[in-house]
Design a protein around this ligand. Structure first.
Ligand SMILES: [Zn+2]
Length: 390
């Protein structure tokens, strides 16, 4: 135990910190935390020193919207399946993961939340996200509209109680009757309120932001599109400086131009990269499930299978955070902005900025070592290298 908790020195890399890139820079960890970060090269003791010349050192990725990966998911199966999904994404650089649940019957959602809460308590997850059931049937995407409900504070409180203090985000369609009360209740309980799967107008969306909504669930996807006379949720959310905006930068859900435009409009500190991955992430093409729905993955694109067996709406992604990070950089975002959107901003949105999300002394020693092409070469979580690396 003490050996595993010994400090590590990484030296000579391009260290991406909130105050800029240190080239070269070094990081000293101590136990589970970062003890020091500084510019320059530093000599350390053999055994505990890793030469990272020519490598990027990024903060460990924080994925706040993800349903599964590597063949298992948070939306079905056992607690061990959920741990396996988290471990799959950890190997791709996601050192902090939120389990996102899709719309399901209320009792089922309560059971899932109760099953996942202990995983959040022991650190396998950093919390839960309810992507449903208070969503718009008109913008259900791959979710099951049969189980969508009108906003109901009592139902929300049951779900929140089941999550035992680990519910961090809830996605709501603000145009539904009762949404305002639910937004107020969730925000005052310290749960981040996200607008998503919505057919709201810009005005209704802006009112939701006034009521306490602070986040956009996969901006553009699952919401009324932008029109120049009715900018809809996209316009209102981008136009609100206090709102952080998720984008699924997998090359499937959004054109790269939209990624760049969103980054420009939102500016650093508001953009959040997410995978929205489902169980098929990292696996071959084939048939999978997302909650109660059947999904077909072809060419890495997951689509619902409709009643006639034909592929329909895009159903989550097969992406990893490493993949969306590479894609966002290839789309033209500077690496420090990518690191911000992949780690620092989601950590803040989740209320975890005092614990993780940046390469800064006192925060968790969660980091990703990447090569020039931003391919993940090694992952450290809480001061320990992942066994497959190093
Ligand atoms: Zn989702």
């Amino acid at each position: 135990m003490t050996h595993q908790q010994a400090g590590h020195l990484l030296t000579g890399g391009r260290v991406v910190t909130p105050d800029g890139v240190l080239t070269p820079g070094w990081i000293q960890t101590e136990g589970t935390q970062i003890a020091a970060v500084a510019r320059g090269d530093r000599q350390g003791q053999a055994g505990n020193t890793t030469d990272v010349h020519g490598r990027w050192i990024l903060p460990g990725f924080v994925d706040m919207h993800v349903h599964g990966g590597g063949g298992t998911s948070f939306t079905e199966g056992t607690a061990e399946d959920a741990r396996a999904a988290a471990a799959f994404h950890l190997a791709h650089g996601t050192t902090s993961i939120v389990a996102s649940l899709v719309t399901a019957p209320l009792g089922e959602l309560q059971e899932r939340a109760a099953m996942l809460a202990p995983l959040a308590a022991d650190g396998a997850l950093v919390g839960l996200h309810l992507e449903g059931p208070f969503l718009s049937r008109a913008r259900c995407g791959a979710q099951d509209p049969r189980h969508m409900l009108l906003p109901d504070v009592a139902a929300f409180e049951c779900l929140r109680a089941a999550a035992a203090g680990h519910l961090r985000v809830i996605t709501i369609a603000p145009e539904l009757p009762g949404a305002r009360d639910l937004i107020t209740a969730a925000a005052s309980a310290g749960v981040t309120v996200a607008v998503g799967h919505t057919d709201a107008t810009a005005e209704v969306t802006a009112a939701a932001v006034d009521a306490g909504a602070t986040h956009a669930t996969h901006l553009f996807n699952g919401m009324r599109p932008v029109h120049h006379r009715e900018p809809g949720p996209v316009g209102a959310l981008l136009d609100s400086e206090e709102v952080s905006c998720e984008v699924i930068a997998d090359g499937v859900h959004l054109h790269d131009t939209i990624i760049r435009l969103t980054a420009h409009i939102a500016g650093p500190g508001r953009l959040v990269l997410v995978t929205d991955a489902m169980s098929a992430a990292g696996l071959r093409d084939g048939r999978y499930r997302l909650g109660s729905r059947q999904v077909s993955v072809s060419g890495g694109v997951a689509r619902l299978i409709d009643d006639d067996g034909r592929p329909g709406a895009i159903a989550g992604s097969t992406a990893t955070m490493a993949g969306v990070v590479r894609r966002a950089a290839a789309a033209g975002l500077p690496v420090p902005d990518v690191a911000d959107a992949a780690s620092t901003t989601p950590a803040r949105v989740l209320g975890l900025a005092d614990r993780l999300g940046a390469l800064r002394p006192g925060l968790a020693a969660n980091l990703v070592v990447c090569d020039d092409d931003l391919a993940v070469r090694a992952v450290m979580r809480r001061g320990r290298w992942l066994p497959s690396a190093q």
